[in-house]
Design a protein around this ligand. Structure first.
Ligand SMILES: [Zn+2]
Length: 375
């Protein structure tokens, strides 16, 4: 065997000099993250919890107040003598975020959200079979409409789309939309001159659930069930991307080699039994027993994942009338039956706390994380 290329030397840590602007950006993100997570605080509190000097904190906070991202208010003092300390907090209404969700069957949904993830305006367009460049044009139309509707500065545009998406926002492959190597982020940046963040819909959903869905800090896996089936994982506080940006593609694991053909060309993928249209057929044919059987199958697929990663939370996201009942119960039971007791001890199996908005909220988190360093 001949080696045709030089061996790759893997770097464990990024090298290169730390520039003053990197340090400033880091300090800014640190302060914003503390206020985002824990709410209003005084400059002294921020210095204590960040480990930065009082001078640095005052400098960073001053700049953020000037930018309108933080507001100041006097703390309540119950009968105490002296000047009350000044608290600073994130100004939730200082900016709006444009979010787009391409995961629903035959629809493109868009929304404007504030900086604390509240949906404040929404628009929906039917896809009407549009694919390829026509589907991209529809996304641009929707974004234009939302940008016209906002009366505040925009922080950025976030998009959750089906398919495999690389780190630069190129949709490598989304068969349902006819997108292959489609530079969705780049096109939106050119058209609207705004920062743009594009990610896979299940990854987007798990970020939304992690930041705004009342989750703990243990491992979280979200299974997104719609036209297709995908999953996203947040481990040790970070989204898992995988070697080729395809982590979470559990929908195309074969569960029934004698089953029906899948859109990907294989036979009997998990998606061919778990996707929403298939669940509806199953419910019509076999009733709730049919849903429980699919839940057992899903639990069988997920048990090795839960056992391997020692996940804390497993969240199902999709049509609640299909998921929240015998299916969820069967998933929970099957995982516990098939893993060590320690794996199931504190495991929570539930449906999404954010309901249908999980991808829109997650798309806003992409922008918050990318632009302010908070999540
Ligand atoms: Zn498949």
């Amino acid at each position: 065997m001949t080696r045709t290329s030089a061996p790759v030397r893997r770097q464990l840590r990024p090298s290169g000099r730390l520039l003053p602007e990197d340090t400033r950006r880091h300090h800014r993100a640190l302060i914003l993250q503390l206020l985002f997570r824990y709410g209003a605080a005084s400059r002294a509190d921020l210095a204590r919890s960040s480990g930065l000097t009082r001078v640095t904190v005052s400098d960073v906070v001053g700049n953020l107040v000037t930018e309108g991202l933080l507001t100041e208010s006097a703390a309540e003092t119950q009968g105490r003598v002296g000047k009350p300390p000044v608290l600073v907090q994130l100004a939730a209404e200082a900016r709006q975020i444009v979010a787009v969700d391409l995961s629903a069957e035959g629809l493109v949904s868009g929304a404007l959200l504030n900086l604390t993830g509240d949906v404040q305006d929404r628009r929906v367009r039917p896809l009407e079979g549009r694919r390829g460049a026509d589907a991209v044009a529809l996304v641009h139309e929707l974004v234009r409409e939302l940008l016209d509707a906002t009366d505040r500065p925009v922080l950025g545009i976030g998009v959750g789309t089906p398919g495999v998406v690389d780190a630069s926002g190129v949709v490598i492959d989304a068969p349902n939309l006819g997108w292959h190597g489609t530079a969705l982020a780049e096109g939106l940046v050119e058209a609207f001159d705004q920062p743009v963040f594009v990610a896979n819909d299940a990854n987007t959903a798990v970020l939304g659930e992690h930041t705004f869905g009342d989750t703990g800090d243990g491992g979280l896996m979200l299974i997104r069930i719609g036209t297709g089936v995908g999953a996203g994982l947040v481990l040790e506080g970070a989204l898992l991307h995988g070697h080729r940006s395809a982590a979470g593609e559990v929908g195309h694991v074969v569960v029934d080699p004698d089953g029906v053909e899948c859109a990907c060309g294989r036979v009997g993928c998990l998606e061919t039994v778990l996707a929403a249209p298939h669940l509806r057929e199953r419910l019509a044919a076999d009733g709730e027993r049919g849903l429980a059987e699919v839940g057992t199958l899903l639990g069988t697929v997920l048990a090795p994942v839960v056992g391997t990663l020692n996940l804390h939370e497993l969240v199902l996201s999709g049509p609640l009338e299909l998921l929240d009942g015998p299916l969820l119960e069967a998933v929970d039971r099957t995982i516990r039956e098939r893993t060590m007791p320690v794996s199931g001890e504190e495991l929570v199996v539930r449906t999404s706390a954010l309901g249908d908005d999980v991808v829109l909220v997650g798309a806003a988190v992409l922008v918050l994380a990318g632009q302010l360093g908070v999540s």
